[in-house]
Design a protein around this ligand. Structure first.
Ligand code: AN0
Ligand code: CP
Length: 342
């Protein structure tokens, strides 16, 4: 695998899941693959999980790891070609990228949507330059439009829990929970939830893309105006009534995202209205009550009592911690496949 951006890059999902569970059972099994190989992780934005889990994945594979926070210690980077560089930006991405590539074998990049131009964001202007000029396999660690390491970890988590009748005590919050109907094709609901700041669409885009490719019944619910790009949402059923969407759901995946600019092009990257007016969209026991005793998922970081109530995120049916733990597994599969293709 030379590129990890879309669900299609991973190929057959059943095979990818089998590989994930093989690695989860013995995460050092492929330690020999990374000997004298270096993974470079480039962060243009903050991260806790991606930073730690991807480093751990590289270590599982016996690799060396170099991490760079571009905004802390490196030169400020110009990203536009043709500008006269008289601002505070001392270096151009067109030199920085091949230089970074010269020190490593694989390169991972986090660079969020900037919300300055929908075209620039949706054309993946930054990541495409890494693909073109680094000379290395590139894996996306949340770009302007996608977060595939997250979506793969989410799929692994759904696969692990969809048939569970008895959940082990939640490592963080304890307790057991009984599921009512195992062995069915799970109903998975992606629900928009309120947030005080405009957030990217990368997480919901990738989640939708991966769920559309997976063996699940997938429903998206959000207020009008937040329609995801059809490139990712595909033919997924959109239900504007959140309570109706939640009926009989097996998994609730909450996330905020800003206006994707599909039905409202002038509002791309914005919050539509005052978030206080959307308080009823916060995932609480009220909505969870109409589900099939659904599991709760969120990629984290999450704002409590904004996206989800304390009660729901602390319930035995909350999967946020095992879901985050599976980030190590998705990253190990991806880096392993990239090492095998060097
Ligand atoms: C980011 C987002 O919503 O895309 C990262 C999530 C993994 N979240 C924030 O910036 C709070
Ligand atoms: N879920 C996720 O990608 O978290 P970080 O932003 O902390 O990496």
């Amino acid at each position: 695998m030379k590129l990890f951006q879309h669900v299609s890059d991973i190929g057959d999902l059943r095979k990818a899941l089998d590989e994930a569970f093989e690695i989860k059972a013995d995460r050092y099994k492929y330690q020999h693959l990374g000997k004298n190989k270096t993974a470079m992780l480039i962060f243009f934005n903050n991260s806790l999980r991606t930073r730690l889990s991807t480093q751990k994945a590289a270590l599982n594979l016996g690799m060396n790891v170099i991490v760079l926070d571009v905004n802390q210690g490196a030169w400020k980077l110009e990203t536009e070609r043709g500008v006269i560089m008289e601002s505070d930006k001392s270096e151009h991405l067109l030199e920085a990228i091949p230089v970074m590539g010269s020190y490593c074998d694989l390169i991972g990049v986090r660079s969020f949507a900037r919300f300055e131009s929908r075209t620039d964001d949706y054309e993946e202007k930054i990541l495409n330059q890494f693909i073109k000029y680094s000379g290395r396999p590139v894996f996306f660690m949340e770009s302007a439009t996608v977060h595939p390491l997250q979506a793969f970890a989410d799929l692994i988590t759904i696969e692990e829990y969809k048939d569970k009748t008895l959940i082990e005590p939640n490592p963080l919050f304890g307790g057991n929970a009984l599921r009512r109907t195992p062995n069915k094709r799970p109903k998975v609901v992606l629900s928009w939830a309120p947030h005080p700041k405009a957030l990217p669409q990368a997480v919901p885009n990738s989640f939708a893309e991966w769920m559309n490719a997976a063996n699940v019944d997938f429903v998206i619910t959000h207020p009008e105006g937040y329609e995801l790009d059809p490139l990712f949402a595909g033919a997924a059923h959109v239900e504007y009534d959140q309570m109706k969407a939640f009926e009989n759901a097996d998994f609730i995946y909450a996330k905020n995202w800003s206006c994707p600019g599909v039905t409202r092009p002038n509002d791309y990257g914005k919050l539509l209205g005052d978030y206080h007016d959307y308080a009823s969209w916060t995932v609480s026991d009220r909505q969870m009550a109409v589900t099939n005793n659904a599991f709760f998922m969120h990629c984290l970081p999450v704002r409590r009592n904004m996206i989800v109530t304390d009660q729901v995120i602390e319930a035995p049916t909350s999967l946020v911690i095992p879901e985050a733990a599976n980030r190590e597994i998705s990253a190990t599969v991806v880096l392993k496949r990239m090492l095998q293709s060097l």
